[in-house]
Write a protein that binds this ligand. Structure first.
Ligand code: SAM
Length: 237
């Protein structure tokens, strides 16, 4: 299905070593993704080489900048068909991974496919703003990721409540994000976060990408996250 040697080489260029087990898991997950995508809308990408670069390598860029401690708890918000969450789980099977999405069919695909490749993660069918108000998930995670889910201001309200103080939120963006970052400053402050770093780079065969790293420096006030209609209609200014 995918070119394993190419995947191994591109991941190594990010400082991410992939062993034979991981390569096999990436390969089998890719095959299932494209097979099931023929009747269930999981991804706009239909070519194995595009899956390699635009899903797997793009997702793995996070590990170039952060090295989660063994056993760290991590949640991928709006994971869709598992990006970046499944990529991080395959590369780091020691992590405790939760994959959250409001679309059940995508989570069913993920759970079934992870089982066939011998991995496990918690799949959570909830809206982020509901899970963020649930004790079992609020301020429970060391890392939060989100790719292509919402603009940074809304995303901070969805994602920062999940983090323990001291934890890191990685927002994955497809292009330079200066305006989005400026617009989100008040929300970040109010929700207990601080921007630690912004990295812009090129993913081969995919284009420019920006990773925004935020640290949780104080607890999120209990009223956040608000219900989704409020988040959309009255963004934090
Ligand atoms: N992260 C994946 C990726 O990059 O391929 C999926 C991106 S897709 C464009 C956005 C996903 O976020 C969808 O699967 C959608 O169901 C989910 N989503 C959007 N808002 C959400 C919310 N408030 N709570 C949970 N999931 C949400």
């Amino acid at each position: 299905m995918i070119d394993r040697i190419l995947l191994q080489k591109e991941a190594a260029a990010l400082g991410v070593p992939l062993d034979e087990t991981a390569l096999e898991q990436f390969d089998r997950y890719s095959a299932e993704l494209l097979r099931v995508n023929e009747y269930l809308n999981l991804t706009a990408i239909t070519e194995p080489t595009e899956v390699l670069y635009k899903h797997w390598i793009d997702s793995l860029t996070i590990l170039r900048y952060i090295e989660p401690k063994a056993g760290a708890r991590f949640i991928d918000v709006g994971t869709g068909a598992g990006f970046p969450g499944v990529a991080l789980l395959i590369a780091r099977p020691d992590l405790h991974v939760t994959l959250l999405d409001s679309t059940r069919k995508k989570l069913t695909f993920i759970a079934q496919t992870l089982e066939t490749i011998g991995l496990s993660a918690q799949t959570l069918h909830m809206r982020a703003e509901e899970a963020g108000q649930t004790a079992a998930y609020r301020e429970q995670f060391d890392f939060v990721t989100a790719r292509a889910v919402a603009n940074l201001r809304e995303l901070c309200e969805y994602c920062l409540p999940f983090l323990k103080v001291g934890g890191t939120f990685v927002a994955m963006k497809s292009a330079r994000s200066e305006e989005e970052i400026a617009e989100a400053q008040n929300a970040i402050h109010l929700l207990g976060g601080r921007i630690e770093a912004v990295q812009t780079f090129i993913v081969p065969n995919a284009g420019e990408r920006t990773l925004i790293f935020l640290k949780k420096i104080s607890q999120t006030p209990p009223k956040y996250p608000r219900p989704s209609a409020k988040i959309a209609k009255q963004p934090i200014r």
